[in-house]
Design a protein around this ligand. Sequence first.
Ligand code: MN
Length: 215
Amino acid sequence: MPGALGEYRRKRDFEVTSEPAGATDDTPAPTGGIPVELPEGIETGAFVIQQHDATRMHFDVRIEVGGVLRSWAVPKGPSYDPAVKRLAVPTEDHPLEYQHYEGVIPKGSYGGGPSLLWDRGSFVNISHDGRGRVVPLARALDKGHVSVWFRGQKLEGGWAFTRIEDRRSGGVTWLMVKRVDATADPERDVVTEMPRSVLSGLTVDELGATGGRPA
Ligand code: MN
């Protein structure tokens, strides 16, 4: 729902930042996902991961849900090892246009620093309940148990997002964990192996050094 972008827009000055404001209610947003017919009940959409060197380095993992990109900031980035639990802090919904964004957010702006298109592609909702029935994405998010199958250039396979209690703050946070499937690989360190942008081929430091101008 487009109204979900209120927080995203409040935090940013679109005269200053190079980030997209997102389609307004009268401008149709671009659609993501894959152009194939899927069996009824199967949900798909676009996903993107930006490596963002802001106050602290992190990876912004975003999936298309209900016309926006639901987002988590994952400090250490994704892992292919099902034994590794990566903290995934929920952040404000982003416009669908953000799946194409790579650039340098000006210093002093919200999230100032280079934001690199680390991976993108499509995903399929594979959330299931205890009886093996598919759970719709929106309900899976509400319940705090979401599983998706990513089809990106770096991420291929199933990952789970699980809401947990954060003992330190007393609030809630999420974990991103590789599902046990044929694509799992405890030996693989994808963040170190594949640091370059899927758009420009730059590393996040090289992107930062451009100062935001095309290389
Ligand atoms: Mn970020």
